[in-house]
Ligand binder design. Structure first.
Ligand code: PLP
Length: 392
């Protein structure tokens, strides 16, 4: 700690210098992220409401009402009725909340297990560790979604719930949620859908006329959904949501804080103090874009995905891991050799991608900040780097 503080102008310069090597969305180099650049005006809204703590609804009752309204709008988008929920810090928290509730619903099971697919996000490893729940990984089909037969085989007396993914982390694929719903119903299991990524693209794709398999509350067996505004919703980090069908048992399963200005209230969240700014700025984002705005945003991402898909097909030495369902592409070597070699070279050219070692591919996400010219630039570098690797 300095003895004497610096003046504000100097501090800003110093900080800008200190983080000057951090990449930003505008640079076009961030191709592997599931987050994106928010609108300038929503940043301003966010900054204006930085002080709002929605952890105490008594202090911010109006923000609490806006949160409730937004949850109800999102529930409608997901074809849900009688849904309750909260904003969260993101997909990880939403998934942990869901699995905690699933475990509470089957408290008599002493060695609880949850079945997730091999493509499940790391957050499930986290909750397994935190909640003492065993994760059972169901195999993937050749199309990289959860293998339904394997799920059926893995259910036993310790199984408390199933997880389906709508927009997998690696390849953006949609698990067969309808079948999972049937299995969940037959076996009286909790079914959580992790739509952290897919939640804010699938409803708009459906509106655009894309054929989307059922994945949301329209599936009878689905109990809860995680969907993140801070991914495809253009929300500002941290903004996740957790939604669940209202149930008489639910109240007993929630946390209660008795001493707040708003009095005792029940809630799902793991965090106590919670920022209201992501909620208020997301309200502005939703009302600014509307259905039409989201549709055109999503259409542009899908057009760019299609463009990149075609360009990759023209480039010798690489191929797609699988046909993309959303705006996520898996890039792999034509001869299936180790993708890390290509990744290392692309890193030297400043590209920020995601590497998935187990399935040996690089993830490219055509988020709203990714423009066609960035993809063209990437393809040029990709061709250049592949030639260099070839000459070795
Ligand atoms: N679920 C899925 C499918 C994801 O892709 C991610 C992150 O990318 C998460 C959960 C975790 O979300 P967060 O990083 O916001 O906690």
């Amino acid at each position: 700690m300095r003895k004497v503080g610096l003046d504000k102008e100097k501090l800003q310069i110093l900080l800008d210098k200190k983080i000057s090597n951090d990449c930003n969305f505008k640079s076009g180099y961030i191709l592997g992220s599931m987050c994106t650049e928010p609108f300038k005006f929503t940043r301003e809204i966010y900054a204006r409401y930085l002080h709002v703590n929605i952890g105490d609804k008594g202090i911010s009752p109006r923000t609490a009402r806006i949160e409730k309204e937004l949850i109800s709008e999102i529930a409608k988008l997901f074809h849900g009725r009688n849904i309750v929920g909260n904003f969260t810090s993101g997909g990880t928290e939403g998934n942990i909340i869901a699995i905690r509730i699933a475990r509470k619903c089957k408290a008599s099971v002493k060695k609880p297990q949850i079945i997730v697919s091999e493509a499940a996000h790391l957050s499930f490893e986290k909750f397994a560790d935190l909640l003492g729940i065993k994760i059972i990984k169901a195999k993937l089909t050749p199309d990289f979604v959860i293998d339904i037969e394997d799920v059926k085989n893995k259910i036993n007396k310790n199984t408390i719930g199933l997880v389906g993914i709508a927009g997998t982390t690696g390849l953006g694929l949609i698990d067969p949620i309808l079948e999972l719903g049937e299995i969940a119903k037959e076996n009286n299991l909790f079914l959580h859908v992790d739509a952290a990524f897919g939640g804010f693209i699938l409803p708009f794709m459906q509106e655009l006329g894309y054929s989307i398999p059922k994945w949301d509350f329209s599936v009878n067996g689905v109990n809860s959904i995680t969907a993140d505004p801070h991914k495809m919703g253009k929300g500002i980090i941290p903004a996740g949501t957790f939604l669940i069908r209202e149930d008489v048992r639910l109240k007993e399963l929630l946390f209660q804080i008795p001493y707040l200005a708003g009095g005792a209230f029940h809630h799902f969240n793991l965090t106590g103090t919670r920022p209201g700014a992501p909620i208020l700025s997301f309200w502005a984002t939703c009302n600014y874009l509307g259905m039409d705005g989201y549709k055109s945003l999503v259409q542009e991402c899908l057009n760019n995905t299609e463009y990149l898909k075609k360009r990759i097909a023209e480039i010798k030495g690489v191929k797609l891991k699988t046909e993309p369902q959303l705006n996520v592409l898996g890039l792999t070597m034509e001869d299936n050799s180790n993708i890390s070699i290509l990744h290392e070279e692309l890193k030297k050219k400043s590209w920020k991608l995601g590497e998935f070692n187990k399935l040996n591919f690089l993830r490219i996400v055509c988020m709203p900040h990714v423009k066609k010219e960035h993809l063209e630039h990437f393809c040029k570098d990709l061709e250049y780097v592949l030639k260099r690797i070839d000459k070795r």
